[in-house]
Every structure is written in structure tokens, then in C-alpha cells.
Design a protein around this ligand. Structure first.
Ligand code: PGA
Length: 223
């Protein structure tokens, strides 16, 4: 059986000292469940720091980036390439709505990012906004996140209907060879199980509620 993936997307939040507070609080009540896996997708400045802490604690939590360069090594000021990211992380979110909208990332650029990430040995978590979003050929994890459900996009955001998510998940898994299908958008401790109990949904991508370690642990426990 595939493990249920609980992925945190911290977005552009937390300093090193705040990340330390988060992990300290998290460790107070976290009990590992062998059927579930946590991935913390954090800002680049925090990945190495958290990697060292997690290694010291000998715990099984995985790390991920929230973006990666479409280019390789070289003269690309400001970019983090997939080889650099793979040194410190196993996963990378690619194609999040916030990057598509705020940074005008198009399918072409995103597919290059996937190719580079995949070749470097990272597992891409590729965000799609609906069933018409193009999906790359590589065997990626798909995260279905309708923009109207993303809590940090709009105060009126509401989680998707789990039955609708299930239908989309079935269509996507039928049409593409993917490594998993996640749901993301206003996931809470109260609604997470409505998604994860569906066979086609292999986990969740959590934004706002991942910033609070206690809420995140509740999501992990209820998933
Ligand atoms: P949300 O964000 O959980 O705050 O809705 C999800 C995301 O943007 O990945």
C-alpha cells in the first residue's frame, strides 16, 4: 500500500527562528504513523537548516522545495537548480497557482522545471488547477488545487466537493501514468478525511493550516 502523503506548503513564511519554534512544538505531540508520510515544502532558506535538525532527530520527515529553476547550473542569477535542491530535498512543488499567476509561469517553463527536477532525482508535485491543465509526461505526483479553494487566495475560499475531486482524480489517473494524486485547497483537520478516504486520493497539500504545528499534526492524524 502506498503511504498517505501529507504535504505542507509554507509558502513565503517563516524565518529560521520561527521554523525552529515550529519543529520544537511539532515534536512535542508528533507520533509517527507508518502508513503516512510528511513532506515539508519550505522556503529555500530553511531547507538545509531543517534537514540538519531532522537528521539529528533521526525522524522520517521529508523535505521539499516550492519551486526549482527551469535551467541548469550557470549564469542564472537568483535561481536554485535541481541539482542544488536534490542535495537537500526529495520533493519539489511545481506549477502552483500562485507561481502561474504572480510570476506568469507557463506550461512550457513548468515542463522544463519538471524535466530538470525529475532528471536530478527529485519527485515533482505538479499542481493542476482543473482537469484541463496540461500534465507533463514524467511520472509526477499530481496535486489538484482549484484556485477558488486556496485559502490564501481568497477569504471566501471553500474546499472542493470531495466527490468532484474523486471524479477528477479518476480521470487524471486514467489518462496519465502518475505517481499519486493529492488534493489541496482549504484542507483542515475537520475535512481532511473526506478526501483521504477516497481510494484515488493519495494525500493532501496543505497551505494555511500547515503553518501551525498543532493544526498540521491534527490533519496528519485525521488523514
Ligand atoms: P490552503 O493552500 O491550504 O491555504 O488553501 C493550499 C495551497 O495553496 O497549496
Amino acid at each position: 500500500m502506498q503511504k498517505t502523503l501529507i504535504v505542507a506548503n509554507w509558502k513565503s513564511n517563516k524565518t529560521v527562528s520561527e521554523a525552529l519554534e515550529w519543529i520544537t512544538q511539532f515534536n512535542k505531540s508528533f507520533t509517527e504513523n507508518p502508513d503516512k508520510e510528511i513532506v515539508l515544502c519550505v522556503p529555500f532558506t530553511l531547507i538545509y537548516f531543517l534537514k540538519k535538525i531532522l537528521e539529528e532527530q533521526n525522524n522520517n520527515i521529508k523535505l521539499g522545495g516550492q519551486d526549482v529553476s527551469a535551467f541548469g547550473e550557470g549564469a542564472y542569477t537568483g535561481e536554485i537548480n535541481s541539482k542544488q535542491l536534490k542535495e537537500v530535498a526529495d520533493y519539489v512543488i511545481i506549477g502552483h497557482s500562485e507561481r502561474r499567476v504572480n510570476f506568469r509561469e507557463d506550461d512550457d517553463t513548468l515542463f522544463k522545471k519538471v524535466k530538470n527536477a525529475f532528471n536530478a532525482g527529485l519527485t515533482p508535485i505538479y499542481c493542476i488547477q482543473d482537469e484541463t491543465t496540461p500534465v507533463p509526461d514524467e511520472k509526477v505526483i499530481i496535486a489538484y488545487e482549484p484556485p477558488s479553494s486556496i485559502s490564501t487566495f481568497s477569504q471566501e475560499a471553500k474546499a472542493d466537493d470531495p466527490d468532484k475531486t474523486e471524479i477528477i482524480g479518476n480521470k487524471i489517473t486514467y489518462a496519465h501514468d502518475i505517481a499519486g494524486f493529492l488534493y489541496g485547497g482549504s484542507v483542515t483537520p475537520e475535512n481532511v478525511s473526506e478526501f483521504t478516504q477516497k481510494e484515488v486520493i493519495s494525500g493532501v497539500l496543505v497551505g494555511g493550516k500547515s503553518l501551525d504545528p498543532d493544526e498540521f499534526i491534527k490533519i496528519y492524524e485525521n488523514a
